[in-house]
Design a protein around this ligand. Structure first.
Ligand code: GA4
Length: 331
């Protein structure tokens, strides 16, 4: 990825990185939640790519479309109105700036804590402006997606023969679970056509620090994942499905058997993209360490011991694209 030395087109796009546009489209492993073999497909996909998509999830398409429309009502507000809900600390409304350390992208977003009392934990959102309907939808969406993520984590625990089926799912169903939820809006960027063959970064490459992330988007392309050979692959959009992303914590809990997958989003010149991501994280005090049952006899952990709180603190000192886990690898 290269930073253009000259501002591109106008001040709006200055400072945002570009990258080569080309990436191979790839067939993403498909998990049919209604099939008995689902757990094997999930575990294989987590080892190979750290990424798969789920069909037959039983979440209503109408609800998803309504929620997307409600979120878009917010993003269509005037910039000064949206700014009342920012800057993100880390929760709240953000525009272009991602995290506290200088990362920027062609994106605006809402970041929520999903802890039971949504409003008190999101002080930026306490002012009127985010509709009651959106609040209720976020709450309903997060419950439904968390339930789906729990079933997937239970299938993983069974497939890896962990001693308890709930060994992973209990971490995100716990009421102290430190999970969050993000709605990203990548506006279409017509100026992009002047970039002749290069793409504008919407959300820069990174891995997710949590256990598992569940992403749903409209039918706009832009999401790319990086495979084990460091090749960027374009993920064909599918608004009817949910994409699952293995996070750093699950990589550690499986002692490196599952891959925390690097991913990024590129902006498009014509179509705007809306995505919603649930990041399933453990309680702050939870030790992130390889789980018994996963390890072979005599196998040692590849990582130093740390709690989720320590990992999160360290993550917030990094830049988006940094390898956050390398700080916790045993030398
Ligand atoms: C990446 C995954 C989630 O979007 C997120 C991001 C967080 C933020 O936007 O506040 C971080 C990023 C994410 C990892 C490194 C730090 C923290 C921005 C950043 C530069 C909400 C998360 O949990 O970690």
């Amino acid at each position: 990825m290269v930073v253009l030395s000259q501002p591109i087109v106008d001040g709006n796009l200055a400072h945002i990185k570009t990258c080569k546009a080309a990436a191979n489209a790839v067939a993403i492993p498909v998990v049919d939640l209604s099939e008995s073999g689902a757990k094997t497909v999930i575990a294989d996909a987590c080892r190979d790519l750290g990424f798969f998509k789920v069909i037959n999830h039983r979440i209503s398409m109408d609800f998803l479309a309504d929620m997307e429309a409600e979120a878009m009502k917010f993003f269509k507000l005037a910039p000064q109105e949206k700014a009342q809900f920012g800057p993100p600390n880390p929760f709240g409304y953000g525009s272009k700036v991602i995290g506290p350390n200088g990362d920027v992208g062609w994106v605006e977003y809402l970041l929520f804590s999903t802890n039971p009392d949504l409003i008190s934990r999101n002080p930026n959102f306490a002012a009127p402006g985010i509709s009651q309907t959106l609040w209720e939808m976020v709450s309903e969406y997060v419950s439904a997606v968390r339930e789906m993520a729990c079933s997937v984590l239970e299938m993983i625990a069974e497939e890896l023969e962990m001693e308890a089926r709930e060994a992973l799912s209990r971490l995100i169903s716990d009421e102290r679970s430190d999970s969050c939820f993000r709605v990203n809006h990548y506006p279409a960027c017509p100026e992009l056509q002047a970039l002749s063959g290069r793409s504008l970064i919407g959300f820069g490459e990174h891995t997710d620090p949590q256990i598992i992330s569940v992403l749903r988007s409209n039918n706009a392309s832009g999401l790319q994942i990086c495979d084990a050979d460091a090749t960027w692959l374009s993920v064909p959009p599918d608004h009817t499905t949910f994409f699952f992303i293995v996070g750093d914590s699950l990589q550690v809990m499986t002692n490196g058997r599952f891959r925390s997958v690097k991913h990024r989003v590129l902006a498009d010149s014509r179509k705007s993209r809306v995505s919603m991501i649930y990041f399933g994280g453990p309680p702050l005090t939870e030790k992130i360490t390889p789980l018994a049952g996963v390890m072979e006899e005599g196998e040692e952990s590849l990582y130093k011991e740390f709690t989720w709180c320590e990992y999160k603190k360290s993550a917030y000192k990094t830049r988006l694209g940094d390898n956050r886990l390398s700080l916790f690898e045993k030398s």
